[in-house]
Design a protein around this ligand. Structure first.
Ligand code: IPM
Ligand code: MN
Length: 394
């Protein structure tokens, strides 16, 4: 039995509350199955910065890099928490890790569970059909519009000198100008696009139905997107003749996403478009409270809910922990795959089954899904279901 090293970064605001539920559920898995984790919890984020003047304790980046099989992150961001140069305080944690650990594929599944009422029409509606909303967005995670911020953050995280390129004055323009370059590289695009096609292959085998990869960009206007799309076609033709391809400009895509979600399987997008489209897409699965994610690189993996720290709800035990529990589920799945650990695979299936059955059988839900359960009520309900299923399985 392997003991995996898990680094837990609860972060800011409600990140801490949803992380507590993930730990509750994880401990049920540890007690009732062979899987085992050596957990190191590290305080971090904007609130921590306001209290201590640091975004996380010294050596935290190195711990994540050298002593972690997986990292679980709550949420980063706190009102008024800015570094002296104006950057997001806590950015070193989330962006520093994405860039510094080469977590180039940001995998964000968008799936509507049976029994979850989404709110596309302003009311909680139950319109489930298994094929209606079941896609995965793959967001490029290391370059594009985030490039300069990511670079500054990872240099700081790794302890190099600050990047002097913070705000530059555009020659020939008067007044104050702030600008972010948006480099998109061949290497950066190839690896994430290949990842998206491999994921489509994996889904084709697992779900037993044909898969399509949609490339979303703005190649009618920007050079970076032209390169991204060119590489998309190269890879599709060279390596994946079995997989259907599709392409869309981001503006029209947002409309198709809402209108015809059933037409989407795997979607690959440059960084900032992926950031925006995944928040929008979460509405189709019941909202941000349901959206989990994985940040995957060649050697490291970090899992986090797509939502932020929601300061206005912090401390109230009211937000939905499902996004973080889904992220935990993705951790079991990805770690099981990478380490070839069938116990972890089994645990991934059990946690998924517990979540699916919870909603399908009308289990308690938080306010965002039209219920009045608390964060811990939902965490406890899932933990109980997992315990039952684990006792049958192991
Ligand atoms: C996300 C978040 C982050 C991002 C923020 C907190 C820096 O919005 O994970 O989607 O912009 O990537
Ligand atoms: Mn975002």
């Amino acid at each position: 039995m392997t003991e995996y090293r898990l680094t837990v970064l609860p972060g800011d605001g409600t990140g801490k509350e949803v992380m507590a539920e993930a730990m509750r559920v994880l401990s049920v898995f540890e007690k009732n199955s062979p899987i085992s984790f050596n957990i190191t919890e590290i305080p971090c984020g904007g609130e921590y910065y306001l209290e201590t003047g640091r975004e996380w304790p010294k050596g935290s980046f190195e711990h994540c890099r050298d002593n972690s099989d997986a990292i679980l992150l709550g949420a980063i961001g706190w009102p008024g928490a800015r570094l002296p140069n104006g950057d997001l305080a806590g950015g070193q944690v989330i962006l520093g890790l994405r860039s510094g650990l080469n977590l180039y594929a940001n995998v964000r599944p968008v799936k509507l569970f049976q029994g979850v009422k989404h709110k596309v029409h302003g009311i909680h509606k139950d319109i489930w059909d298994p094929n209606l909303v079941d896609m995965v967005m793959v967001r490029e995670n290391t370059e594009g519009l985030y490039h300069s911020l990511l670079r500054r953050m990872s240099q700081k995280a790794i302890g190099e000198k600050d990047d002097p390129m913070v705000i530059e004055k555009f020659p020939g323009l008067d007044g104050e100008v702030a600008w972010d370059t948006r480099p998109i590289s061949r290497i950066g695009s190839e690896r994430v696009i290949k990842f998206a096609f491999d994921l489509a292959e994996h889904r084709r085998k697992k779900l037993g139905k044909p898969q399509k990869v949609t490339c979303v960009d703005k190649s009618n206007v920007t050079r970076g997107c032209q390169l991204f799309r060119k590489i998309f076609h190269e890879i599709a033709e060279e390596k994946y003749p079995e997989i259907e391809i599709n392409e869309a400009y981001i503006d029209a895509f947002t409309m198709w996403l809402m209108r015809d979600p059933e037409s989407l399987d795997v979607v690959v997008l440059p960084n900032m478009f992926g950031d925006i489209a995944t928040d929008l897409a979460s509405v189709l699965q019941g909202g941000m409270g349901m959206a989990g994610s994985a940040n995957l690189g060649p050697k490291h993996m970090l899992f986090e809910p797509v939502h932020g720290s929601s300061p206005k709800h912090a401390g109230n035990n009211t937000v939905n922990p499902m996004a973080t529990l889904s992220s935990l589920q993705m951790m079991f799945e990805a770690l099981g795959f990478r380490k070839n650990d069938t116990d972890l695979d089994k645990c991934a299936d059990i946690l998924m089954q517990a979540m699916e059955e919870h909603f399908a059988e009308g289990g308690c839900v938080t306010y965002d899904l039209g219920g009045d359960a608390s964060t811990s009520d939902v965490g406890e309900a899932i933990a109980e279901r997992c315990e039952k299923l684990l006792k049958e399985a192991f």
